[in-house]
Design a protein around this ligand. Structure first.
Ligand code: GLC
Ligand code: CA
Length: 551
């Protein structure tokens, strides 16, 4: 039994309490004006982000890719797509981040490649049963003429998870598995060649100085033996469940990767994207000989409800602590409705599973949503462990709802014939300067998704130095979190507050969040910050405050 991480790793390990800011390259900053963000754009704007007071950046995929899934369809894992720049640009980005005092984590996508990857092209050209096909999940179809897919699995983006190929002689041939888009064939992790290949990818980026990896779809790589049908259920699934997800064999892969990272010292990290519940199951990904962090999606999915929040905080701390790992906290990323809009949906309304659009039945209340989002972030940044931020949330950006159908890009929208709007609304290029072309995203005015005029007043230049702005709130929260060392502390519940209040202490401050509908008195002490103005020493609804308790 390896020693638990809490003994092995001193609390000072940077990632245990780091605030990590996600950059989504397509939408961050566009250096050459083609409408798509790129690495030179990131390098140019990175000092603004360093100035927020974060510890690290995570950069979503910038690899060679036909961009059928915004770069999560990788055609070459060891090169940069020309739309984002060159390998030299990526190396410069790594150096620039380090010069600014930031660590840098890159995305790795091991569940699938792009169908344009040379291995998949070779597999298509090779016959059934060949070593080329054995790198992916090819199977014979069912039915008299193999005209039915090998099983009933569905793609996460909608439709069947199988696509049939045409063999060289023109006949309808085998089927290949894709848990996502048909342009994203799943690798066969039963094949040791795939293992060796990914060790090489890890080393390629570690050699270039990256501090770690965010591991895409970490719970999908290994499928249940025999690929049995998924059992249909009327219950809405919480997380990904079924024979295609969270199989015990995935852990062997991360134990292997751990050894590769450890060749580079003891501070390179892996963070799992694993949509696995309950949290005790998610915690298995961060056992001492596997990864370091896992995105806390249970926390992200929790509504602004004091009981639910207290429960998920306790459950998170217990689950991760039981394996010696820190908890992470996250409210937004490039796959979910931005939290400033998510909280604007009535708690009793069932939101669309992914995304909003012009015809969605329920639209978020943006004023309410932003107030709750600021209060929720003020809770999150007081919690011990590591927190992830998604570009634009520090500006309080809402989900963009009005994207016309003919401008949408997410494969989810197309694979469900528009039934699910998908994720474009959280991926719109972010605003830097109100009175500039494309709000300063570039100087050509082209943007791969249209920006709404409501982004103008939310632009960074409007919020910088502006009392009460969401940007100034984030900066102050981050500065306090760091000086008070909240990331290394511990939660103790404060008694005496009602059911609708979340109240705890950490490192000598009281954190009080009001999820009810009446004002509540704050404890005695010095008010350090609040997510909205207070009335005297009382906390209004949908507001969170930090109070330094008198000794
Ligand atoms: C992850 C990514 C998502 C992508 C999917 C397939 O969930 O976060 O953006 O579409 O994997 O790679
Ligand atoms: Ca560009």
């Amino acid at each position: 039994m390896p020693a638990p991480k809490s003994l092995m790793a001193p609390a000072e390990k940077w990632w245990r309490h780091a605030v990590i800011y996600q950059i989504y390259p397509r939408s961050f900053a566009d250096g050459n004006g083609d409408g798509i963000g790129d690495i030179p754009g990131i390098i140019n704007r990175l000092p603004h982000i360093a100035g927020l007071g974060i510890d690290a950046i995570w950069v979503s995929p910038f690899y060679t890719s036909p961009q059928k899934d915004a770069g999560y369809d990788v055609a070459d894992f060891c090169d940069i797509d020309p739309i984002f720049g060159t390998l030299a640009d990526a190396e410069k980005l790594i150096d620039t981040a380090h010069e600014l005092g930031l660590r840098i984590i890159v995305d790795i996508v091991p569940n699938h490649s792009s169908s344009q990857h040379e291995w998949f092209q070779q597999a298509l050209a090779a016959p059934p049963g060949s070593p080329e096909r054995a790198r992916y999940m090819f199977r014979e179809g069912r039915g008299e003429n193999a005209e039915l897919p090998p099983n009933n699995w569905e793609s996460v983006f909608g439709g069947s998870a199988w696509t049939r190929v045409t063999e060289k002689d023109g006949s309808a041939g085998q089927w290949y598995l894709h848990l996502f888009d048909s342009s994203q064939p799943d690798f066969n992790w039963e094949n040791l060649e795939v293992w060796e290949f990914f060790r090489g990818v890890l080393r390629f980026w570690l050699d270039r100085g990256v501090d770690g990896f965010r591991v895409d779809v970490a719970h999908g790589l290994v499928k249940l033996e025999g690929l049995p049908d998924a059992v249909a259920t009327d219950q809405p699934a919480v997380g990904n469940v079924g024979p295609q997800w969270n199989q015990p064999g995935v852990h062997e892969i991360y134990r292997d990767w751990r050894k590769v990272l450890d060749e580079y010292g003891d501070d390179r990290v892996m963070c799992a994207e694993a949509w696995v519940f309950p949290l005790s199951d998610m915690a298995r990904y961060v056992r001492s000989d596997e990864m370091d962090q896992a995105f806390n999606f249970a926390y992200m999915a929790t509504k602004w409800d004091a009981n639910a929040l207290r429960r998920v905080i306790v459950e998170s701390l217990e689950a991760f602590d039981s394996v010696g790992a820190p908890s992470t906290w996250v409210l937004s990323n490039h796959d979910v409705v931005r939290h400033a809009s998510r909280y604007g949906i009535d708690a009793t309304t069932k939101a669309q599973p992914t995304g909003f659009g012009p015809t969605s039945a329920h639209k978020p209340d943006e004023v309410w949503g932003l107030a709750v989002a600021r209060a929720a972030t003020t809770v999150m940044l007081a919690l011990p462990g590591s927190a992830y931020l998604y570009q634009g949330e520090e500006l309080g950006l809402p989900e963009v709802i009005g994207i016309p159908d003919n401008k949408r890009q997410d494969p989810t929208f197309f694979r469900t014939s528009g039934e699910r709007y998908g994720r474009d609304g959280c991926r719109v290029p972010i605003p830097w300067v109100k009175d500039a072309t494309a709000f300063g995203f570039n100087d050509s005015g082209k943007t791969w998704l249209p920006q709404p005029s409501s982004f103008g007043p939310l632009s960074r230049d409007q919020q910088e130095g502006t009392e009460g702005s969401t940007l100034e709130l984030y900066k102050k929260l981050l500065a306090l979190r760091s000086s008070l060392r909240l990331g290394t502390g511990a939660v103790e519940w404060l008694p005496g507050y009602g059911d609708s209040i979340v109240a705890f202490t950490n490192c000598g401050i009281a954190v009080i969040a009001n999820a009810g509908d009446a004002e509540v008195a704050l404890p005695d002490g010095e008010l350090l910050i609040s997510s909205a103005p207070l009335s005297g020493h009382s906390l209004p609804p949908n507001t969170t405050a930090w109070v330094k308790l008198a000794d």
